[in-house]
Ligand binder design. Sequence first.
Ligand code: AMP
Ligand code: ZN
Length: 493
Amino acid sequence: MTLHLYDTLHRTKRAFEPRDPDRVTLYVCGPTVYDFAHIGNARPPVVFDVLVRLLRRRYGANSVIYARNVTDVDDKINQKAMKEGVVISEITHRYEAAYLADMKALNVSPPDIAPHVTDHIEAIVSQIQKIVDAGCAYAAEGHVLFDVSSYPAYGALSGRNLDDMIAGARVEVAPYKKNAHDFVLWKPSKEGEPSWPSPWGEGRPGWHIECSAMIEETLGLPIDIHGGGIDLVFPHHENEIAQGVCAHGHAHADAAPEEYSRYWMHNGFLTVDAEKMSKSVGNVLLLHDLVQHFPGEVVRWALLSAHYRQPLDWNQSLLEQSRKNLDRLYGVLRDADAALAGYEAEGLGDAEFGDAEMRAAELELAEADLAPVLDALEDDLNTPEAVARLFALGNAVRDALNDAEGDLRDLALARGTLLEAAGLLGVLQTAPEEWFEGGDPALKAEVEALLAERVEARAAKNWAEADRIRDRLTELNVVVMDGPTGATWRVKG
Ligand code: AMP
Ligand code: ZN
């Protein structure tokens, strides 16, 4: 199957063909680092992380270049620094570090490039200059504004017509603007705000220009895929196209938006308990808090449970269901690991692993088993379908475990296929034991000591002591499962 992606610009699913399969380029608008990220902010990085995993599998790990920027120049950042009485870099460093920690908890692989606005001011100024030289922007009162009437394809991405936009404009129009929808490329800074020299005076860039300038500088034009949340289609991405295309002197009637990015992908919005997240409603869920209470993989699974273009409603039952689903797959893995313990150590595989023909046949089988998951993902990242097919692979591992006549090699292969498929979704990345134990070493030490004491208490028929141990385990929110090879335990969900 070929990879098909829904392209916002063409409003249809299209077969993906990179400009150069040895250098596939992707850019996703990243965070503005002035506060902790909320759960909605996690949807784009998680969705595009799955896309990047898929692209790397298809084109090769080193043939994909993924850039996700960091917006470290912004009014909200200035205000926060002012409010706390600290320097701006303290705010940006603090929240970038928090963002990266959240991303790590969600198994989001770091992008190849993370350009920061403050490191690219020269490129931004030079792109603005090119746009001015192309006759698509004008300087006025210390500002530089993009002249939207200079780019005929303006509105193509969002499907807006400039005349309608003008007729419906309610925006307060600054006197120095030629058209109400002209947007800022450069503006003067107020006292105490960061500023840089430019041909138009001391100031700082507007928001939209940072992405087009950093894309041009770090990836080169046109890029293959540009992504972000649906709210960025207009005006942010519409403006990026206008800037990117005009900077290249293509501001003529037939200048295609594809000269900037060949495919555009946007994720739908996330609501919380069917409401828009907002500070005034008080329902803003910070990632930082969520990952204290749930493993990051549960949050990631929940984010991937709906198709990325659909809205996703976040609620407690989604989280609980996600945890249950992961528990089920981790349970299969734990049993497979137990059955396979010592498998390779016994040398069972040695002779067979050395057999190239058999290995090739096995690989072919594994590929065939993996195909349904890959096909679902290659169909415009259909993660709900991929997840359903992941369960089928989990069932295959269970069947191999239950098959009294099956050999361990079949089990090992089924397990490997499940893990490979899960790797595309970025889940099942923890050792099963660790998963069930909740990843807290102090808890693990206490529970294991209690379980050892329990064995002794039982042997000594000291029921009072055994009860005390049981109560303490309940207090610790731990469930113990007695099995033929001893007790295993897990933290209650
Ligand atoms: P912001 O910090 O608001 O610029 O948002 C950063 C990224 O998160 C952008 O790509 C937004 O489109 C995305 N985003 C913000 N809120 C939500 C939400 N509720 N659901 C999905 N994506 C969101
Ligand atoms: Zn952007």
